[in-house]
Design a binder for this molecule. Structure first.
Ligand code: PEP
Ligand code: MN
Length: 342
């Protein structure tokens, strides 16, 4: 249920509505718009909010049901507006295009810092790199762990770029939270609800990747687990889904951009790297993502891709990244966005 307050409703009036909502066992999520404050009354017993007779309460304009199963993620909850997140001094969403770039995984100091320097020089928005890797084989490299986080921290110090890194396991949350500006929840963990709730509670921004076989609605429902903890800094990421097609690793579902943007106020990011699985197809998918209206991309870039420990075939060499960035500038300007920089 959504309680829309009148323009200029006082803090006391808002507090009173919050108290009434909580009195029937629901949680009140306050969203301050430019003109209006909206209170989302969320919980198992939302029906009881309808019975509170809040319509006549001072400061309340109207009480409207949220028709979708996802509530806080729904575009309706923000009165149709886009959320603009502020992460480490960079804006994500609205007219801002986030260019997140860096290696698949942190391998060693030279690799990480060289790659970080290059993506920073080309004007990336944030730096990516996994210290904990979800690998298909338990015998494959699993990431450098805490040493990887330490190197990411050094890369941030050096470049000033906010860090995007994956949280794979709840046991590592304290270490990851210490370094991450954005916690990445990988495709394989999209429905790990305990992990989502804890990421929500961490207060860090979260990049939630779509599961390999998840529907758009399941992705939105998963985001709700983060939002319900009071964490509004959530980005959704399409990274390719499983289909019958075997000509590439995954099918990049670019229609997820308009489909998600119709339903949610949250920024939508495309990962152009993991679906093609080969670097010569990454640039076209990056540009297509920008043309489709995505709010950013998260792309794998490596200083020596041929030597990369994982996802070697798809990582774009740092030497080619500037050129890709230049082309992205052109496409983003056509769709009315600007690459977000600090
Ligand atoms: C990654 O970003 O390196 C990664 C493992 O992504 P995904 O969870 O989408 O496979
Ligand atoms: Mn990867």
């Amino acid at each position: 249920m959504m309680i829309v307050m009148k323009e200029g409703a006082s803090a006391d009036e808002i507090a009173h509505v919050v108290e009434r909502v909580e009195s029937v066992g629901c949680t009140a999520h306050i969203s301050e718009g430019e003109l209006l404050t909206v209170i989302g009354a969320i919980g198992e017993r939302e029906d009881r909010v309808a019975d509170l007779g809040l319509e006549g309460t001072p400061g309340v304009d109207q009480v409207v049901p949220i028709m979708k199963p996802y509530k806080l993620a729904s575009r309706q909850f923000k009165d149709g507006a886009d959320s603009v997140l502020e992460i480490g001094g960079r804006k994500v969403g609205g007219t801002n295009f986030a260019l997140m770039a860096g290696p698949c995984t942190v391998e060693n100091r030279d690799q990480m810092l060289d790659s970080a320097d290059a993506v920073a020089a080309a004007g990336a928005t944030m730096l990516r790199g996994g210290a904990y890797k979800p690998r298909t084989s338990p015998y494959s490299f699993q990431g450098l762990g805490r040493e990887g986080l330490r190197l990411l921290d050094e890369a941030r110090e050096r470049t000033g770029l906010p860090i995007v890194t994956e949280l794979l396991d709840l046991r590592d949350i304290d270490d990851v939270v210490e370094v991450a500006d954005v916690i990445q929840i990988g495709a394989r963990n999209m429905q790990n609800y305990a992990l989502l709730s804890e990421a929500g509670k961490s207060g860090k921004a979260v990049l939630l990747k779509r599961g390999l076989s998840a529907t758009i609605e399941e992705l939105l429902m998963a985001s709700e687990y983060i939002l319900k903890e009071g964490n509004e800094n959530v980005m959704l990421c399409e990274r390719g889904i499983r289909t019958y097609e075997t000509a590439y690793r995954f099918t990049l579902d670019l229609l997820a951009v308009p489909a998600l943007k119709e339903q949610t106020h949250l920024p939508v990011i495309i990962d152009p790297s993991h679906a093609p699985g080969r670097r010569d197809w990454v640039e076209s998918m990056s540009l297509a993502a920008a043309a489709a209206g995505a709010d950013g991309i998260i792309i794998e870039v490596h200083n020596e891709p041929e030597k990369a420990i994982c996802d070697a075939a798809q990582q774009v060499p740092t030497t080619e990244f500037q050129q890709l960035t230049d082309k992205l500038e052109t496409i983003t300007s056509v769709v009315g966005k600007t690459i977000s920089r600090g």
